[in-house]
Design a protein around this ligand. Structure first.
Ligand SMILES: *Cc1c(COP(=O)(O)O)cnc(C)c1O
Length: 405
């Protein structure tokens, strides 16, 4: 029987949500979340199977539709996000693809911020047109550009903030207001901000997507993703698509991500503190032309970052774990990367291990030179994802590499 006096988990603070949210113990009474490695489920009777399929008994049917370990992950992340519902996916890109195509059909139009994760741009540039879906890319911080791009058939606004790789900030509340007037839904890729620092649904977005591969795992192990929003929206636009096309999250990966969520708040705060400290050190170096960090006053959209990267009232503000900086030339950027001893050269981010990448030759090499220039990405830029090593050791490594640049 339900306990009427039990506290609503939505009253819990973030730390409690991350440890206790969605926990569903089996009759065995295990301490840690159980890993249900099972494809399907069995029924007590033919009538029981009938009821399950009819939806009158809400139990599990098949792990492509839902799985108890995946469900624990979804509930925990939804509780953190302050979302009614969540659907786990096999990767971040499965989440982005699901989020967009579930809302769109042939003849529809998307307005998107120009600075996007490479594969997100590919979906809109190369995949959408095959199904008669067109996209217009705008300068994310330019609200007039979003307004001007709206057409009668605009159904979705898609944006990433802070955006990859130069950490440009879009004003989620202002853009959501424009979308609402246009009758379009807003999908926000919230990977760089993490659910610890930014709550797009509270700012007016309809759908939030994550690559759980990044900070949510945070320890370089598994791929995963998630789509969050109101239950009615998830049911209407995504439920059947997930059931019948199978972007489902593996229970094993969900279990790893559940354990990742337990320490997300601690890790992301520490990573963000380190990034803030080292962004200042990087900015002070003579070889550095420009540094981009949302928490610094010289960030072009610092005021917006301060307003929206607050953790939605549940947490303290933070600028995130990524810093970008310009060393002027590709040769200087390569000298910097090759001199690093502690930081790895890797295109990944959000990991416990600090990593540095040269976006124009790696993550953003599929873009044309002209497209790169449109987002301000020249060959001197380096992007660093700060991990959990000692800030002092990281500072020494970066100082040495900057001297060599
Ligand atoms: C990594 C990433 C994705 C894609 O996620 P995968 O888990 O690699 O599929 C999408 N958006 C952003 C901003 C990312 O950083």
């Amino acid at each position: 029987m339900a306990d009427d006096t039990a506290e609503d988990p939505r009253n819990w603070d973030v730390a409690t949500r991350l440890i206790r949210g969605g926990l569903m113990r089996s009759p065995i009474g295990e301490t840690a979340e159980a890993l249900y490695l099972t494809q399907s489920f069995v029924y007590d009777s033919a009538e029981g199977a009938d009821a399950r399929f009819a939806g009158t008994d809400p139990g599990f049917i098949y792990s492509r539709y839902g799985n108890p370990t995946v469900s624990m992950f979804e509930q925990r992340l939804a509780l953190l996000e302050g979302a009614e519902g969540c659907r786990g996916t096999a990767s971040g890109m499965a989440a982005v693809h699901l989020a967009l195509t579930g809302l769109l059909r042939a003849g529809d139009h998307v307005v998107a911020g120009r600075a996007l994760f490479g594969s997100c741009r590919w979906i809109l540039n190369n995949w959408g047109p095959r199904y008669g879906i067109e996209a217009t890319f705008v300068d994310g911080p330019d609200l007039d550009a979003w307004k001007a791009a709206v057409r009668p058939n605009t159904k979705v606004f898609f944006l990433e903030t802070p955006a990859n790789p130069l950490l440009e900030i879009c004003d989620i509340a202002a853009i959501s207001a424009i979308a609402r007037e246009a009758g379009a839904k807003v999908v926000v890729d919230n990977v760089f901000a993490t659910p610890i620092f930014q709550k797009p649904l509270q700012l007016g977005a309809d759908v939030v997507v994550y690559s759980a591969t990044k900070h949510i795992d945070g320890q370089g192990r598994v791929m995963g993703g998630a789509v969050l929003g109101a239950n009615a929206l998830l049911d209407e636009f995504y439920r059947d698509f997930i059931r019948h096309t199978g972007p489902s999250l593996s229970p094993f990966n969900a279990w790893v991500l559940l354990k990742g969520l337990e320490t997300l708040d601690l890790r992301v705060r520490r990573q963000s503190d380190t990034a803030a400290e080292l962004a200042d050190l990087i900015a002070a170096h003579a070889k550095v032309k420009q540094v981009r960090y949302p928490g610094r006053k010289d960030h072009p959209q610092h005021a917006i970052a301060q307003r929206q990267m607050t953790g939605g009232g549940n947490a303290m503000a933070g600028g995130g774990s990524l810093v970008a900086f310009d060393l002027g030339t590709q040769a200087a950027a390569f000298r910097f990367l090759n001199r690093l001893e502690l930081l790895d050269i890797s295109n990944n981010l959000g990991d416990a291990k600090s990593m540095a990448t040269h976006p124009s030759t790696t993550t953003h090499r599929a873009m044309t030179e002209e497209q790169r220039l449109e987002i301000g990405l020249t060959a001197g830029w380096v992007r660093v994802s700060f991990g959990l090593e000692s800030p002092r050791d990281l500072a020494r490594d970066i100082q040495r590499a900057l001297d060599a640049a």
